[in-house]
Design a protein around this ligand. Structure first.
Ligand SMILES: Nc1ncnc2c1ncn2[C@@H]1O[C@H](COP(=O)(O)OP(=O)(O)O)[C@@H](O)[C@H]1O
Ligand SMILES: [Mg+2]
Length: 291
């Protein structure tokens, strides 16, 4: 037995594609035979562009979506009604994941009540707010009084309230200003080290991924096309898609600029992997024609 905190085995999930009349015309393999494991106390990063299946995996881990087949084990236990709560999730949009009519304190207390917390609630709420570096008197505030970064700190406090075995972070900073993103990641990393938390960190932002995750799995159209130590994978990507994904990462140092594949922006946009692959194919064809 490994000491994996999260183990995913041959997970599959398809969704029907329907036409305007509601008739099924096909299906999309959102998650297509995905397997990976996350050891206790580690950060595993799931990278991949929009639509690659990241959130569907997260939702199945949380029991919000049923897999078509495959297995999910948390702390060695198969996902079941009794193991719900072993994993907690932080969503992309802190605005919509907090109830606007609840105070911060009430929001943070929701999982405490759900898990029949029997200790001193006020004390626990204060502790949790301190953990995420918010003033204790924020317990009386409402979400609209907080900034995006502060709201996400509340969402993190709420996720930590019942000491989950696993924290699933689905693009936790992508709705935040760049300057705030790094601070939230820093907080998560610090909490992770201090409390030995296990994270599944989902992001399309590879520079954040590089700073936070130890192991990365690169998802492309529902499949993990590459996996390994984050430094190794990004320094020497073996899959075309990973190379292309890296091509759109903002450059930090001269060394990184030198490593960056030279692919032009199409219409000034950050190109999708599909556009990039098409571009590369066109390039190769031209080279062949030139002989
Ligand atoms: N509830 C759903 N019904 C139909 N299609 C869905 C549903 N959820 C996700 N999908 C489809 O599954 C694929 C993967 O989506 P998702 O997991 O949200 O990707 P990501 O989080 O990487 O952007 C996409 O093609 C998306 O349109
Ligand atoms: Mg998503």
């Amino acid at each position: 037995m490994s000491d994996a905190m999260l183990e995913i085995r041959n997970l599959r999930k398809s969704f029907p594609i329907r036409n305007a009349f509601g008739r099924q015309t096909g299906e999309v393999k959102a998650v297509d035979n995905v397997s990976f494991a996350v050891e206790k106390g580690q950060v595993y990063g799931l990278a991949g562009e929009s639509g690659s299946g990241k959130s569907t995996i997260a939702r199945m881990i949380m029991g919000l979506e049923q897999p078509d087949s495959g297995e999910i084990l948390i702390g060695g236990e198969s996902l079941s009604r009794s193991s719900r709560g072993h994993a907690q999730m932080v969503f992309q949009n802190p605005g919509s994941s907090l109830n606007p009519r609840r105070t911060v304190g009430q929001s943070v207390a929701v999982p405490l009540d759900a898990h029949r917390f029997s200790g001193d609630r006020r004390k626990r709420i204060s502790e949790l707010l301190e953990m995420v570096q918010l003033p204790v008197n924020f317990a009386e505030r409402y979400p609209h009084e907080l900034s995006g970064g502060q709201k996400q700190r509340v969402a993190i406090a709420r996720a930590l309230a019942v000491e989950p075995k696993l924290l699933v972070l689905d693009e936790p900073t992508s709705a935040l200003d760049v300057s705030v993103q790094a601070k939230v990641i820093e907080l998560l990393a610090d909490l992770g080290r201090r409390m030995e938390l296990t994270y599944l960190f989902i992001s399309h932002d590879l520079s954040l991924m590089r700073n936070f995750a130890r192991t990365v799995g690169v998802l492309y159209r529902g499949q993990i096309v590459e996996t390994g130590n984050v430094g190794t994978v990004f320094a020497n990507p073996s899959h075309d898609y990973t190379r292309l994904l890296l091509a759109s990462v903002p450059v930090i140092s001269k060394e990184e600029e030198a490593m960056r594949p030279k692919i032009p922006l199409i219409d000034g946009e950050i190109p999708t992997a599909e556009k990039l692959l098409a571009l590369r194919d066109a390039d190769q064809m031209q080279n062949q024609e030139r002989g």
